[in-house]
Design a protein around this ligand. Structure first.
Ligand SMILES: NC(=O)c1ccc[n+]([C@@H]2O[C@H](COP(=O)([O-])OP(=O)(O)OC[C@H]3O[C@@H](n4cnc5c(N)ncnc54)[C@H](O)[C@@H]3O)[C@@H](O)[C@H]2O)c1
Ligand SMILES: [Zn+2]
Length: 355
């Protein structure tokens, strides 16, 4: 078991990573001095996959399966339930699931009685390496994804890579793209593991997954500690996301997984970096090969490069109308640029397969 403590100005988050820690959740809550009543929020499919009844921790609220659970309506239902249960400022909300459950339960916890303790128990690779750490919570609005939300740090994150055994293959691979992102932005060793041990990674070797998760969480925690509210530094975590978000928006969230869109986006960013003379060709092809070794990305030939450019211009992260890109200078180091010529972006999008 490995503990990372994320210290922030107004909060402290303890992140515990290790095979088997899920079974120790009750003990970990007591160690943190957390009181009931507890409300465990999950989704039917996940609750079955991870044998939730075994936890015997508190009340359970199941929200619908899938991204469609991420609405204000779900939040309202959770708040109703918390009031019915007589939960107080001292109560705790436990999010048991992937990014969807983490975001919606985290948001409900952040507004209930102006904020109660939240515990994240991530069950997807994406949630383990990314969404469970950092305190971003929220729901979708019909005008767009993640438009309503808050920053609310979880007090405890209990990350058990063993929970990933039942994850569908496509979701597992989707998380691997996001894991590779940390390698490119900050960690050559992590990159090297994914590059050279693709078979063991695909076979979900438990010790290997644990190391990947531990390294990713350490990077995310360090970046968030230095920049809690997404100033400049935290934006390096958006490597691959400028193009990735545009692909998600244009294709629709059902057709493509977040990680897959980021996979395309990382290839695009590497090619842009190389087109601008920031990244040499050998490193660019290593990045592309490592992404390719995770699996085949879904085709984006249905999309036009113009539609993607348009989606990028509407991204909520755009500042002053300029497209921002996180670009690798070598594996393990990135830089932020707002001066990428639109011509170059367009030709890279076409190279990725857009029309
Ligand atoms: N807050 C953040 O910082 C942050 C960061 C990145 C993404 N997100 C959000 O995360 C969401 C995506 O998260 P996700 O990729 O984890 O998707 P998800 O939560 O929808 O889970 C993916 C699928 O895996 C299933 N599943 C989950 N755990 C399982 C398990 N252990 N065994 C079997 N099946 C399991 C789920 O039922 C679901 O069908 C998006 O809504 C995105 O906006 C948030
Ligand atoms: Zn992401």
């Amino acid at each position: 078991m490995h503990t990372i403590t994320l210290r922030l100005k107004t909060a402290r988050s303890r992140i515990v990573v290790g095979g088997g820690v899920y079974g120790r959740l009750g003990a970990l809550l007591r160690e943190e001095g957390m009181d009931g009543p507890f409300l465990v929020v999950s989704q039917p499919r996940i609750a079955a996959a991870v044998d939730m009844p075994r936890l015997r921790i508190g009340h359970v609220a199941l929200v619908p399966d899938g991204e469609r659970a991420k609405t204000l309506r779900t939040v309202e239902r959770l708040l109703d339930r918390m009031l019915e249960l007589g939960m107080t400022r001292q109560s705790t909300v436990i999010a048991l699931g992937g990014g969807v459950v983490g975001d919606v339960a985290g948001f409900a916890g952040s507004v209930f009685l102006r904020g109660v303790s939240v515990v994240q128990v991530p069950t997807t690779l994406l949630a383990q390496v990314d969404s469970s750490v950092g305190g971003k919570t929220g729901v979708n609005h019909r005008r767009g994804k993640n438009l309503i939300g808050s920053f609310h740090q979880p007090r405890l994150v209990v990350t058990d890579p063993g929970l990933l055994a039942t994850l569908p293959d496509r979701d597992y691979r989707s998380g691997l793209y996001e894991t590779l992102k940390y390698g490119v932005i900050r960690d050559r060793v992590l990159f090297r593991i994914l590059e050279s041990r693709a078979e063991a990674v695909a076979a979900r070797d438990p010790a290997l997954i644990e190391e990947l998760v531990r390294r990713s969480v350490a990077i995310k925690a360090r970046v968030v500690a230095a920049d809690e509210r997404e100033g400049d530094l935290r934006r390096i975590l958006n490597f691959g996301h400028t193009i990735g978000h545009a692909i998600e928006t244009a294709l629709g969230y059902r057709a493509v997984r977040h990680g897959e869109a980021v996979g395309h986006g990382m290839i695009g960013a590497a090619r842009i970096a190389s087109g601008m003379g920031l990244l040499d060709d050998a490193e660019r092809s290593r990045i592309e090969a490592a992404i390719g070794s995770i699996g085949k990305l879904p085709a984006i030939s249905r999309l036009s490069s113009e539609a993607l450019l348009e989606a990028m211009r509407h991204d909520k992260k755009v500042r002053g109308g300029r497209l921002h890109f996180v670009l690798p200078e070598r594996i393990g180091a990135v830089t932020m640029r707002a001066d990428v010529p639109v011509r170059l972006v367009r030709s890279v999008l076409r190279g990725l397969g857009a029309a």
